[in-house]
Structures are given as C-alpha cells and as structure tokens.
Write a protein that binds this ligand. Structure first.
Ligand code: ZN
Ligand code: CU
Length: 488
C-alpha cells in the first residue's frame, strides 16, 4: 500500500456498476488501472480530486452508436460522448459498418448518412483497426460488422433481392475474417430497404461465421411496429440457429397504433431469455431518427428534418410545414430532401419507461454524429436517464441506472475489466453530481453539453472536464470481445 498513485479521487460516493448499494470511498489510479479503493488517507498522488460526496462510477458504455467515423476524427470529436461520461462506444450497428467493404461511389442510403461518402476506404477490419490504433480516439471502441456493408461487398448495387447462396457464402467469409481480426459481432438492419429483401435464411447463413467465436448477433429488427412480435421471434431464431447471444437494438413500439405494446414485447423477450441470452438496448426519448425515406409520413407523427444533402437549409424544419410551403405532399417533400434524415415522434412515454425499467435493458444512444441538427440523444442520453428518469421520476434507483450503462453492458458485450469499479479494473471513470446531472440537449438545440458531469477518465487519463471541455488526449483503445464472459 506504499504505492504512490497517479490520481486519487477522495471522499466520493462510489457506485461500482454491479447494481450494489453506494458507499463512501476514495479511488486510487496508477497508469491505466484502478489500484486501490477504500480509505486511502495514507496514500498520496500526483493529482488529488476532491469529490465532496459526488458520485464516482465506471465510465458509461454506449451500447449502440454510429460512431464508426467519429472515433477516427481525433479525441475532441467525441465531446458529445465524453461530456456525458461515456468512455466506450459500440460501433457498427444497424447493419452499417465502415469496414470491411470499401466503396468508391456514394454508398446507398442509409449507409451514406451514417458515415460520409469519402470515408468508405477500409478493405478489411484489420485496416480499420490499424487506423484506430495509429489515430486513437478519446474513448474505447468495440466494433460490430454490418450486414448492409457486407451485402454491398457481395452483391454490388443489386440489393433489392435475397442474396444467392454464393453471395451469402462470400458475406460469411468476410464476416469470419473480420471476427478473426478483432470485430466483436454481426449487426443487421433488416428494416432498411437495402436489407429488407434478405430472408431469415440469408441472415442465418451469414451468421454461421459467429458460431463458436463468442461473437454476438445484434439487430435493428425488420419491424418495430405492427409486426414487432414476429421480429423478436425472428431475432431469437437466428441466434439459436447459430448458437450465439442476441441483442435487440433500440427496442421500441413504433407508430401510434402500437403504443402500449411493450406489455406484450417484454414478456415475450423474457420467455426467450429464460433459456437463451437475449438483451436489448434503448434510448430515453419518444422520438426516433432515421432516413427520411424510411417511413411514409403520416399526419399523426411529427417529423423534423435533421439533414438533407440537396436542401441543407431544411435542417431543423418541420416536414409538414415545409411541404405546405412548397405546395407538395409530405411524401413528395421527403423525396425531395433525400438523401436526408429526420426525427420521427412516434413512440409513447409509457413504453419508454416500461422498457427502461426492465431488468434486461441497457442504455444506448443511437446518436447520429454527422447530422447538422441531430436527435438530442447524441448529446443527452446518459445524463437524461440519470437526471430525468432516475432522480426526478424515480423510475430506477441510481445504482440500477448506472448498472444499465456499465456492468450490464460490459457483460453482454463481453468487455473484460470494464464497467465495474474494483482494484485491477481499467480506470474508465466518471465523476458526476447526482443532484444536478441533467441533459441540456433538446430537439431545438440538440448540440448541448450536459450539466453535472464533472470529469471523465479513459484508461486513467482525463478526457473531459465540465470546466474546460474535451482534452486532446488519445486515451481510447480498440477493445476485443472476450467470449469467456458469455454467461449472463
Ligand atoms: Zn437502428
Ligand atoms: Cu442505430
């Protein structure tokens, strides 16, 4: 115990990520690890931070992101995440990953909305991983490989049909190679036009690459509206067919006629979870965000434009107002704005609360870092759960809220020695004020740093302070999934 620390955070309320009760303690860090927890009155450090009772917890793991490109753009690019206390992001979701398929022409939507057209330069996962190693972010990255990206690699632009057996085999081989090079699993976006023609059998054939690797199957399901129950069945069927755990992305019951149906979806998921590893992530908002072409506009669902290539000035505008100005239908206006994205106010608060409170849920932002006028979830997800849902509404106690952002996510994704505060774990930490933590990003002003997140550390290095903003410290690493931690 005579060891001098690099950093000691003194007199903190420790929430360790396991869901166990808070306690008063000091936390000591040396290099990239937590070296001591408890009363460290006898220890000294190069830097001492007085927590004065504020909370120290594991840094948050964003279970669902589209940060594939953002993590390559330098440490400060991740201010939207580090300012929320996020220290690890899972990229490659919804079937969209920047590797392993290079694209010389503009990729088909929605791929082009997630990463800029000139960024599709990686011909292997190893090349992507290399770039991340030589050009580190401020946060850690765990990467999935997207089905839509593989489809372009195997099928070119001829995507509105099922893959042939030969094409599915090519996708399987590309996925197998990426997994061998360090990717953590496979994602699909069966809702989206380039993938909705893929039958379940095609997905199973490609997912065969996951068998025995411990990799995960993660999905933006085919239908999150009228046929959401069928989609849950399809998801679990795929996981069972190849023997791997499944994660349902951004679980929701979309469109007004499906509001309240989390009363049906959650019991169905629970029944499967009794004998199969099933998890889901969610974000704390009643609006989704996706390509403007993804859903037919309807008058009972408000739509705000987030981006438009032909009409950049439309960002932030209401789609129906714009259509009225142009003297066209909302559908025609959406078509004119494409390629572009929008926010769709299509969920019910009761479902958000029921899904968030469920023991199998994790928190994931699903934020779109490229949008001019992004959905506020990009900057606000984690503080919103802590402030609005835990503190103000009392939906979950703080220990449980933190668990869903840390330990639970680390166990589901097989991330070793993170998401928990204990001696020997990596020093991914966040210091926050439970009384004041609050998201400030709104639908009208979405790019706003949260209140109450005091400081964020990744691998022992400070990457954000509320006082000074993002540091330029490239502290993040590419993480590999550890299959041994599968049980859970
Ligand atoms: Zn999605
Ligand atoms: Cu997504």
């Amino acid at each position: 115990m005579a060891l001098r620390c690099d950093l000691i955070i003194r007199d903190a309320t420790l929430i360790d990520g396991t869901g166990g009760p808070r306690r008063r303690a000091d936390v000591g860090v040396k290099g990239d690890r937590i070296t001591a927890i408890g009363d460290l009155g006898g220890l000294s450090a190069d830097r001492e931070v007085m927590a004065e009772g504020r909370v120290v917890s594991p840094g948050f793991i964003d279970a669902h992101t589209h940060d594939d490109q953002a993590v390559l753009c330098g440490p400060a690019c991740m201010l939207c995440k580090t300012s929320q206390g996020v220290t690890t992001v899972v990229v490659g979701n919804c079937g969209i990953s920047l590797a392993p398929v290079p694209m010389a022409e503009r990729p088909p939507p929605p791929l082009d909305g997630v990463c800029a057209p000139d960024w599709w330069i990686f011909d292997s996962f190893a090349a992507y991983a290399d770039r991340l190693r030589t050009n580190p972010s401020s946060v850690n990255t765990l990467a999935l490989i997207g089905h839509m990206s593989l489809r372009v690699g195997a099928m070119g632009r001829d995507l509105d049909r099922p893959a042939t057996d030969g094409e599915a085999e090519r996708m399987r081989a590309m996925l197998a190679q990426a997994l061998a090079e360090g990717a953590a699993g496979f994602s699909t976006g069966l809702f989206y036009p380039p993938s909705k023609h893929a039958p379940t059998d095609e997905v199973i054939a490609v997912s065969e690459a996951l068998r025995g690797t411990g990799g995960l199957y993660v999905t933006h399901m085919r239908d999150e509206a009228d046929h959401v129950l069928d989609s849950i069945e399809e998801t679990v069927r795929i996981g069972r067919a190849v023997g791997v755990p499944v994660v349902i992305s951004h679980h929701k019951c979309a469109q007004p006629e499906n509001h309240g149906r989390s009363r049906e979806t959650l019991p169905l998921i629970e029944r499967h979870a009794a004998d199969w590893p099933v998890a889901f992530d969610m974000y704390p908002y009643t609006a989704s965000s996706t390509s403007l072409g993804a859903r037919k506009p309807r008058p009972d669902v408000k739509v705000t434009v987030t981006t438009s290539v032909p009409h950049p000035e439309a960002a932030g505008r209401d789609l129906f107002e714009l259509a009225a100005e142009w003297g066209v239908t909302a559908e025609e206006a959406a078509a004119r704005l494409m390629p572009g994205g929008g926010v769709f106010h299509n969920m019910a608060e009761e479902d958000i609360r029921r899904i968030m409170a469920h023991p199998l849920s994790m928190i994931g932002s699903d934020g779109g870092p490229l949008a001019k006028h992004p959905h506020p979830r990009l900057w606000g997800t984690f503080p919103r759960v802590l402030g609005t849902y835990s503190r103000d509404l009392g939906l979950l106690d703080l220990e449980t809220a933190v668990h869903k952002m840390t330990c639970r996510t680390a166990v589901v994704f097989g991330i070793p020695d993170r998401g928990v505060l204990r001696e020997g774990a990596f020093a991914d930490l966040v210091l926050f004020d439970a009384a004041t933590v609050r998201d400030r990003a709104t639908f009208t002003e979405p790019k706003q740093v949260a209140d109450g997140i005091v400081e964020t550390w990744v691998n022992g290095q400070s990457v954000y302070t509320h006082a000074a903003g993002a540091s330029d410290t490239p502290a993040g690493r590419l993480l590999r999934r550890e299959a041994a931690r599968r049980a859970a």
